[in-house]
Design a protein around this ligand. Sequence first.
Ligand code: SAM
Length: 294
Amino acid sequence: MLFNTQQTLKQIVTLASKELERADLFFGHGTDNSWDEACWLVETLVQRSGIDQINAEMALEEVVLNELQKLLIRRTKEKIPLAYLLNEAWFAGLPFYVDDQVIIPRSPIAELIKNRFKPLIADEPKRILDLCCGSGCIGLASAFEFPGAKIVLADLSTEALTVAAINKEKHGLNSRCTLQQSDLFTDLKGPFDLIVSNPPYVGEAEYMTLPYEYKHEPTMALVSERNGLEIPVGILRQAADYLTEDGILILEVGNSWQALADLYPKAPFLWLEFENGGEGILSLSYKQLREYGF
Ligand SMILES: C[S@@+](CC[C@H](N)C(=O)[O-])C[C@H]1O[C@@H](n2cnc3c(N)ncnc32)[C@H](O)[C@@H]1O
């Protein structure tokens, strides 16, 4: 056992961080380094044991240390992302329940939400669609920024919708948010003022190169055929039919952005920039979608 009740919290976090560092892990599902991940793990377990006031010199109870040791072993040996082990991920400053039926929320779209999509949208959206919603993080976080809006959370996966339902309930958003199972737009009814989508966009070849942590996430949440572009292009082709005339589409395509730009060299994509990092997110208005005619 790595930990004991004589150690201070600071010593425990340092030991946990070194253990994570030694294990050749990938960090990118909620943190980007071993120290932050160790802090997240220890703090969560301490809080879950009923202690609110945390300080660097405090000792931890044996029951907390046993749980810490157990989760650390699973994280380092099985390379399970910490968010799945804790069943919790943070997005746009909010906690979301997660398990391996959804990807772990990490989209740079969180920054757009916190900025209320300024300056991309002028008026408060009345209807927002989170297409390919997974845990529901994008749509539910948007609901907090736009208290007058109705939100539709759509996904093809029944399992993902089960997780989105848990989060809708957790955040008390049942009256304004509805869930819809749909293969892209097939079972949806527009129009929406804002469509936000973080769909699968990883090509099969790129998927094979991803760190092992990604293999714990649902493949259908990550991989899209035609080099990652099949689903994003499907969305571009149909989005205008589901937008109001002043409506906006925000679409994430990640590393596939260059391939998409090459496929449509004359398309008026607006590639957004992020203070907190991230790329491959575009914006198009209803008018641009219609004029270009995807
Ligand atoms: C990259 S995940 C995004 C989840 C969430 N929006 C987020 O940012 O964390 C993509 C989601 O698209 C869903 N999906 C895959 N194919 C789909 C399709 N044809 N129609 C609707 N949803 C689909 C997956 O089930 C998965 O939940």
